[in-house]
Ligand binder design. Structure first.
Ligand code: PMP
Ligand code: GLN
Length: 378
């Protein structure tokens, strides 16, 4: 039968992780920590299971977790979402993004996407029958060209998808960027899906610019985040979406037939763990140390460092080392040098070569040191 996603193959993350395993390379490709999570969050989930929290939770998420999420957003970003009508627990950010897109995009609607873009966005738009409209972020600084973004908006634009801090480039939006976005959407019916999964990884003391901080933006936005990133548990797949009640109502119509609910003991355990704000408030300092260690080490190589203001990704320009395509270079680096990377070209819908690859530094210092040792031979 005809494929619904004819252009989709296996994700680059899966491909590069498999290659890294095959060649016993240090895997700085797919984004996930190689260290454990806090034992307290594991204990909290185990206790929830032992206490019998093992049946279906409410469709939108257990009350204690929705309360904790609303409190966290209010404490960090200063906006109060009603846990009953405006916060929904999701099976990671991926499901939140797909569900928000399916709930809002009608066949033929235009969805503005900033490239390079996270790999789940385009298939999600395609499944909804939407038409992606691309605005390109260019190496090496990848700032948003707001004039081009404004020009991309038409009467058929339903959604703009934004992502700050940005995967794969590590750039973050600043206050003036948010104000420019406000100017662009004012007076339109355009909705925003704001992917903020790296919200607690913004460096050098800068604030995370959540759309939740900007009332005009918040009124038309789905704010998406994920505990996988924040609590070093990418395999747990628990996240959330916060959005005004009318948007949340539509989101939940799809959510209830997409996953219906998200697993109960994780929700109980995470709600308990969220009572202490320290783990997420200290995350930026934790990852900034890793960023600085990794960047200092790369300083002694022939790679050219690109900015990294947030996320746990560091992009590098390798044009002084090789003129291979990004994909070929990433595979060569994995096979021959023993360090896996992700080609940034994988985040563009058309061929786009800038001589840039992405490394993930969410790794133990010894892992990073081994990788740096190998990279310094180039
Ligand atoms: N958005 C971005 C930008 C991401 O980097 C990721 C994780 N790689 C996701 C969404 C998906 O998050 P989750 O694992 O919670 O589904
Ligand atoms: N988000 C992670 C990354 O960018 C990977 C998640 C996945 O493998 N789908 O590397």
């Amino acid at each position: 039968f005809p494929s619904r996603l004819p252009n989709v193959g296996t994700t680059i993350f899966t491909v590069m992780s498999a290659l890294a395993t095959e060649h016993e390379a240090v895997n700085l490709g797919q984004g996930f920590p190689d260290f454990g999570c806090d034992a307290r969050i594991v204990d909290a989930v185990a206790k929830a299971m032992r206490d019998g929290h093992n049946q279906y939770p409410p469709m939108a998420g257990i009350a204690a977790l929705r309360d904790a999420i609303a409190n966290k957003i209010e404490a960090v970003h200063g906006r109060r979402y009603d846990p009953l009508t405006e916060v929904t627990v999701t099976a990671g950010a991926t499901q939140a993004l797909l569900t928000a897109i399916l709930a809002t995009v009608h066949r033929g609607d235009e969805v503005v996407v900033l490239e390079p873009t996270y790999d789940s966005y385009l298939p999600s738009i395609e499944l909804a029958g939407g038409t992606p409209v691309f605005v390109t972020l260019e190496a090496p600084d990848y700032r948003v060209p707001f004039d081009k973004l404004a020009a991309a908006i038409t009467p058929r634009t339903r959604l703009i998808l934004i992502n700050t801090p940005h995967n794969p480039t590590g750039t973050v939006w600043h206050a003036e960027d948010m104000r420019k976005l406000e100017d662009i959407v004012r007076g339109t019916n355009v909705l925003i899906v704001s992917d903020e999964v790296y919200e607690h990884m913004v460096y050098d003391g800068a604030p995370h610019q959540s759309v939740a901080r900007y009332p005009e933006l918040a009124a038309r936005s789905f704010v998406v985040s994920s505990f996988g990133k924040t609590f070093h548990v990418t395999g747990w797949k628990v996240g959330y979406v916060a959005a005004p009640a009318p948007l949340t109502a539509e989101f939940r119509k799809v959510h209830q037939f997409n996953v219906f609910t998200v697993n109960t003991p994780m929700q109980v355990g995470i709600a308990d763990y969220l009572r202490d704000p320290a783990p997420y408030l200290e995350l930026a300092a934790f990852y900034q140390r890793k960023r600085d260690f990794f960047r200092a080490g790369l300083g002694g190589t022939r790679f050219k460092l690109l900015p990294c203001e947030g996320t746990y990704f560091q992009c590098v320009d390798y044009s002084a080392i090789s003129d291979m395509s990004e994909e070929d270079f990433s595979k060569w680096l994995t096979r021959e040098i023993g360090v896996a990377a992700i080609p940034v070209s994988a985040f563009y819908h058309e061929r786009h070569e800038s001589g840039v690859v992405r490394f993930c530094f969410a790794k133990r210092e010894e892992t990073l040191a081994t990788a740096l040792d190998r990279l310094s031979r180039l």
